[in-house]
Ligand binder design. Structure first.
Ligand code: M6P
Ligand code: ZN
Length: 192
């Protein structure tokens, strides 16, 4: 017996279709504390969409052995010099890894390990990124069009946003002389 595939991914646009899809939107108003220049963010249009996520969740959240598959759409824009970006997270199950891959646009995948060492990988159509366990991850759009990135992660990985809300990433991706630069945060230096 041959069955039609239950889900589809449009390979050009990253758009997912089928059942078990969850769609979420993050607007500037929901990203308080994310960007360095909080007063600039607060003065911008709070309804402006920063990113959307569609996720195919064919099993219950938390199912051991299951996999989720998603597409993130990060809009172009900046808060001050800092590029629009996702909240970013560690996985609750710290050992869980994840794949990201570039579909459209230009960006940077910002990564940070548990020692707060931060680095970035440039994202472009066809780029493939293995995010090991114990590494926090966030996407920033450095281009002029929507950054579209695919993702696949374990269904029991979970999202730990709290660590990021408390301490942030140890570097910020800013536009410096018209180009993206990952700038270490001085406030993260340990005090003597
Ligand atoms: C990718 C995956 C999702 C994640 C989403 C948005 O699609 O990593 O698990 O939720 O990006 O990122 P965040 O949850 O950090 O806002
Ligand atoms: Zn993740």
């Amino acid at each position: 017996m041959l069955l039609a595939p239950p889900f589809r991914v449009d390979l050009q646009s990253g758009v997912l279709s089928g059942e078990h899809l969850i769609h979420s939107v993050r607007r500037l108003g929901a990203l308080g504390g994310c960007f360095e220049e909080e007063s600039v963010r607060a003065a911008m249009d709070q309804d402006r969409v920063v990113y959307r996520v569609s996720a195919l969740m064919p099993v219950k959240d938390g199912t051991p052995g299951g996999l989720f598959f998603g597409t993130s759409f990060v809009e172009p824009g900046r808060v001050g010099a800092e590029y629009f970006m996702t909240k970013g997270h560690f996985h609750q199950q710290r050992d869980s890894a994840e794949y990201y891959w570039g579909i459209q646009g230009e960006g940077v995948l910002i990564l940070m390990d548990e020692q707060r060492r931060c680095w970035g990988e440039t994202v472009s159509p066809g780029s493939l990124h293995y995010i090991p366990g114990r590494v926090a991850h966030r996407l920033a759009n450095t281009g002029e069009v929507t950054l579209v990135v695919g993702a696949c992660w374990p269904a029991d990985a979970g999202h730990d946003y709290a660590s990021i809300a408390e301490q942030g990433f140890s570097a910020r991706l800013k536009c410096v002389s018209g180009k993206p630069a990952l700038i270490p945060q001085e406030c993260d230096e340990p005090s003597p």
